[in-house]
Write a protein that binds this ligand. Structure first.
Ligand SMILES: O=C(CO)[C@H](O)[C@H](O)COP(=O)(O)O
Length: 262
């Protein structure tokens, strides 16, 4: 058991813990990927074991599926679930309209499919993920391995046509090999600095043959729960247009903290 969590892990934990309250008996729930989503999965696992919560989870990656099974969550596939009550996931950035950049963990494709097949998407994030404009975080674009350099050139052409400055692009690596997603694809990270029109960017990227999906989540997220290191939690609800704030007691739990990392 770690002696002390960092403020960032505390922030991720309180956001995840607050979001777990949205899961009710009988629900089908999309389970995101990443370190914040891993806190959610641990919290939900504890609620299953300690409080008898009964729900079925649809994981968005093999990593999340493994953790969910480990903590006692019943795991099903999306086609079995068909439609989900809620998906709870992390994000790399969110803007005032609750548009997102996701895919830092490489799971953007399953994450987008699962979130889109849900009545509601809740994002859990530490405060550092909030931005006025998306794009400081490199935008992940999933591309098929076949002809990926040609796809890269087509993306570059499209960025030129959109007058986008700062078009640096890198193939994501895992050691000395290209990173491979759960779907067997590669990821190009677009270092754009600022995305002036995320909606247009998402549409343009999705029209390029070879691009499977981009990490821009436009009009998909309904609510962001922002966690702070001191236990404060803010809930941004796009429909209600409200910001509510409360504070969670940071209760240390040996079970939850025994397997830090994602
Ligand atoms: O999109 C994702 C994975 O593909 C993650 O949700 C995103 O990268 C945030 O990760 P973390 O919670 O570790 O900061």
């Amino acid at each position: 058991m770690p002696a002390e969590l960092s403020p960032i892990d505390k922030a991720k934990f309180v956001a995840a813990r607050r979001a777990a309250d949205y899961v009710e008996d009988g629900m089908r729930v999309g389970l995101g990927t990443g370190s914040t989503a891993a806190w959610l999965v641990r919290c939900l696992g504890e609620m299953v074991r300690e409080d008898g919560l009964r729900f079925r989870g649809v994981p968005t990656s093999t990593r999340t599926a493994e953790l969910a099974r480990e903590v006692g969550i019943e795991v099903i596939g999306l086609d079995e679930a068909k439609w989900l009550d809620v998906t709870i996931d992390g994000a790399d950035e969110f803007d005032p309209e609750l548009n997102l950049i996701k895919g830092g963990g490489g799971a953007l494709l399953q994450e987008k499919i699962v979130a889109t097949a849900s009545d509601q998407m809740i994002v859990i994030a530490d405060a550092a993920k909030e931005v006025s404009n998306l794009g400081h975080f490199p935008l992940p674009v999933e591309v098929v391995p076949f002809g990926w350099r040609t796809t890269q050139a087509l993306i570059e052409e499209s960025l030129v046509a959109m007058d986008v400055l700062g078009r640096d692009m890198t193939l994501r690596m895992a050691g000395d090999r290209p990173f491979v997603t759960d779907e067997g694809n590669h990821i190009l990270d677009l270092h754009l600095g600022r995305i002036g029109n995320p909606r247009q960017m998402a549409m343009v990227l999705n029209q390029i043959p070879g691009v499977v999906e981009s990490g821009l989540f436009i009009d998909i997220c309904d609510m962001v729960i922002v966690g702070h290191g001191d236990g404060r939690v803010e809930v941004r609800d796009i429909n209600a247009g409200t910001v509510t704030e409360d504070r969670l007691d940071f209760v240390e739990s040996e079970n939850l903290f025994s397997d830090l990392g994602d």
